[in-house]
Ligand binder design. Structure first.
Ligand SMILES: Nc1ccn([C@@H]2O[C@H](COP(=O)(O)OP(=O)(O)OP(=O)(O)O)[C@@H](O)[C@H]2O)c(=O)n1
Ligand SMILES: [Mg+2]
Length: 399
């Protein structure tokens, strides 16, 4: 076995010593079998949340009604979830209440796909009642049992299927695909936040273009914020070789395809409930991308945009123009590196200097003057040196 499982073995041992069963489950086991990097390990146990909490005093209730307790072990946190069936489903969303059970197979049976329904004990022995390993070998996404049942239990699973196509380059098995196409309208019921998590994983998956094509083919797009009746635009997105773009760049490319500008960018991203900070960064990228598609960078825009935005804009510029050579990214970064200052804090004068030199009370003129000085420095009309700036200012005010 390998990390991060190794570090978590003592947790399984402790649960077992207390007379319960405990296993690694879910995405971590799947990714381990795929030789992919393992994110967080999830643990399933026959102990109830109360029993888990009695065994591990350092714990946090994060979803106790779903049976999940977060426990801290060696400064690392682990989600420990009680074996459960999902009981009554409400409105095709995850159930409000679950029933706890003592049987592992039943727990695996309620899971979405066979590749996600494999358990591993602390000796590395696999418990795989639904042939998940075979599905992984064949690169197949197949529901555990009836696909229509699984998707009606939680409609988000349909979106997860397409997300896994993107992440793992697997194919959706025929029956699963049939149910998916049929039940896709149930996604209407699903909270935007849950859709966003899946959509973002889809956008940065290795096989993202195939997944984008599937979004169209299954009509899943119609149930995503701001993407209804935008098939032409999504088809455009599908034509771009975008595998090297990061998440923010993918959002930006999507917005470019949707031909959004100004306020409508904000509306679209808010509909997706993206954090304000991320919205700001994406808006910044689109602002300079729009300029860049019309002309080359000016030094002042390089200064205002900054290294990270320049890089993203340049990557998008190349993607949109279908240019393979990437030298221009380094070229513009070099231009940026040669700027005399990188931000206004580096100015060798302050507002107080100006007030003293001109013997005038503070006011909007101070900020305006500082901006003028900043521009002059960027355009190399004056050096960023207090004495020289003062001379330059005096000369300007004489003219
Ligand atoms: N709608 C869902 C979500 C999750 N699961 C089950 O819960 C596990 C953990 O869910 P989650 O962490 O959301 O997804 P992962 O499959 O672990 O994928 P990732 O690696 O992205 O975390 C899944 O493997 C699956 O067994 C499910 O049955 N139905
Ligand atoms: Mg997971």
């Amino acid at each position: 076995m390998i990390e991060p499982f190794l570090s978590a073995i003592p947790i399984l041992k402790k649960l077992e010593d207390a007379g319960f069963e405990a296993y690694f489950v879910g995405g971590s086991v799947r990714d381990y079998l795929l030789n992919k990097p393992i994110s967080d390990v999830d643990i399933a146990t026959s102990a109830t949340p109360q029993e888990v909490k009695a065994i591990f005093p350092k714990s946090v209730d994060i979803g106790i009604e779903h049976g999940t307790v977060l426990i801290i072990h060696n400064h690392q946190s682990y989600e420990v979830t009680t074996f459960r069936t999902e009981g009554e489903y409400q409105d095709y969303r995850r159930p409000k209440e679950v029933s706890f059970i003592r049987n592992l197979t039943e727990d695996l049976e309620r899971r979405d796909f066979t590749m996600n329904a494999i358990a591993m004990d602390r000796n590395g022995r696999l418990i795989d009642p639904f042939n998940g390993q075979e599905a992984i070998k064949q690169k197949i996404i197949k529901t555990v049992g009836q696909a229509t049942d699984r998707f009606q239990e939680d409609a988000l699973r349909m979106m997860r299927a397409v997300r896994f196509v993107s992440q793992l380059s697997f194919q959706i098995e025929q029956e699963t695909m049939k149910a998916l196409t049929q039940l896709i309208p149930l996604l209407e019921k699903i909270a935007v936040e849950r859709k966003r998590t899946e959509f973002e994983k889809l956008l940065i998956g290795i096989n993202r273009r195939k997944a984008i094509q599937l979004l169209l083919e299954t009509n899943l797009v119609s149930y995503l914020p701001g993407l209804k009746r935008q098939n032409k635009q999504i088809e455009l997105l599908h034509t771009f070789e975008c595998e090297h773009l990061n998440l923010k760049e993918m959002w930006s490319l999507l917005l470019y395809c949707l031909n959004h500008s100004g306020r409508s960018i904000e509306t679209f991203l808010r509909e997706w409930r993206l954090p304000v900070k991320v919205i700001k960064e994406i808006k910044q990228i689109i602002l300079y991308l729009t300029k860049r598609l019309e002309q080359e960078w000016t030094v002042y825009d390089l200064f205002l945009a900054g290294r990270s935005t320049i890089t993203s804009v340049e990557k998008l510029y190349l993607t949109i123009n279908r240019i393979k050579e990437e030298q221009s990214i380094q070229y513009w970064i070099d231009q940026y590196d040669q700027l005399p200052i990188k931000n206004s804090k580096e100015l060798d004068v302050t507002g107080s200097d100006l007030i003293e030199w001109f013997k005038q009370p503070g006011g909007p003129w101070v900020k305006e003057s500082l901006l003028r000085i900043e521009r002059a420095i960027i355009f190399q009309e004056v050096e960023n040196e207090k004495r020289k700036i003062k001379e330059w200012l005096m000369k300007c005010s004489q003219n």
